[in-house]
Design a binder for this molecule. Structure first.
Ligand SMILES: [Fe+2]
Ligand SMILES: [Fe+2]
Length: 267
């Protein structure tokens, strides 16, 4: 029996387009079979650093990413690539939650291993679609914003749960329905179908973030809504955008009053 933290580290370190999702799926399956233990005496986590990545995509500043419409095949491929990049990062974000935050209840580790497993499937689905369009992951530039948020919140599980699932992943809930409509309008049902799967499963990821965010708040004796707005100001000013997907966000553990106050702060 090996330790779960070691397994998470192995997935974080995996550096190829094939290895990271394949190892993620294999480790999640082994975890589901009860093959890993959470070892109390495990050495503490290493300081956060860049996870294993393929040499491409090239990471650039978000402002250097060209804006392409959906109208051309190239534009659509660039869009699918951008979502695939989010999913590739999301595997690392989930494994880093497992790896970094020690002494959490068993359900915390089960939640984030299961998220990692979903993200690997999402990545593979999108990569498959990219290849149908005669492209592959790495063909377009990308940015490093998701991992930067992981770095900024590596010292604090409460901030991580607030900022990664409940801000960055929650943004996906807001924008995906519009993308699905656009893709269907263009007759690209294959991509739209993949985004439907992703949207449904991402609600559960944000919901897990909400659960563990509140768990941390309770333990720290802080009021979750007040603290969330403080964290937004501290880490993510200008990140919150309207309109929200109210229905999905309610399912994902936000409440109406909270959404109203967040809307007032959103751009
Ligand atoms: Fe995902
Ligand atoms: Fe996710």
């Amino acid at each position: 029996m090996t330790g779960l933290f070691e397994a998470a580290r192995t997935c974080l370190d995996a550096a190829t387009v094939d290895d990271k999702p394949a190892l993620t799926l294999a480790m999640a399956a082994a975890f589901a079979r009860g093959e890993f233990t959470v070892l109390d005496g495990a050495p503490p986590p290493e300081p956060i650093r860049m996870p294993g990545r393929p040499p491409r995509p090239r990471l650039v500043h978000p402002r250097d990413l060209p804006r392409r419409g959906f109208g051309t095949d190239e534009g659509r491929a660039a869009f699918i690539h951008a979502v695939a990049h989010i999913e590739f990062n999301a595997m690392d974000l989930a494994w880093d939650a497992v790896y970094r935050f020690r002494g959490m209840p068993a359900a915390f580790y089960a939640d984030w291993v299961s998220v990692a497993n979903d993200e690997a499937r999402h990545f593979n689905l999108l990569r498959g679609r990219l290849r149908e369009l005669r492209h592959d992951y790495g063909d377009f530039d990308a940015h490093n914003g998701l991992w930067e948020m992981a770095e900024k919140t590596a010292h604090d599980g409460l901030a991580r749960m607030a900022l990664v699932p409940r801000v960055l992943e929650a943004r996906g809930l807001d924008v995906t329905p519009g993308m699905i409509v656009k893709l269907r309008g263009l007759g690209d049902d294959a991509t739209a179908d993949i985004l439907e799967v992703i949207l449904r499963e991402e609600i559960a990821h944000v919901a897990a973030g909400s659960r563990w965010y509140r768990w941390h708040c309770e333990r720290a004796g802080v009021e979750p809504r007040v603290r969330f707005r403080e964290l937004l100001r501290e880490y993510a000013s200008g990140v919150l955008h309207k309109p929200f997907n109210t229905e999905a966000r309610l399912e994902a553990g936000f409440d109406l009053e909270e959404l109203e106050s967040l809307l007032a702060a959103a751009e």
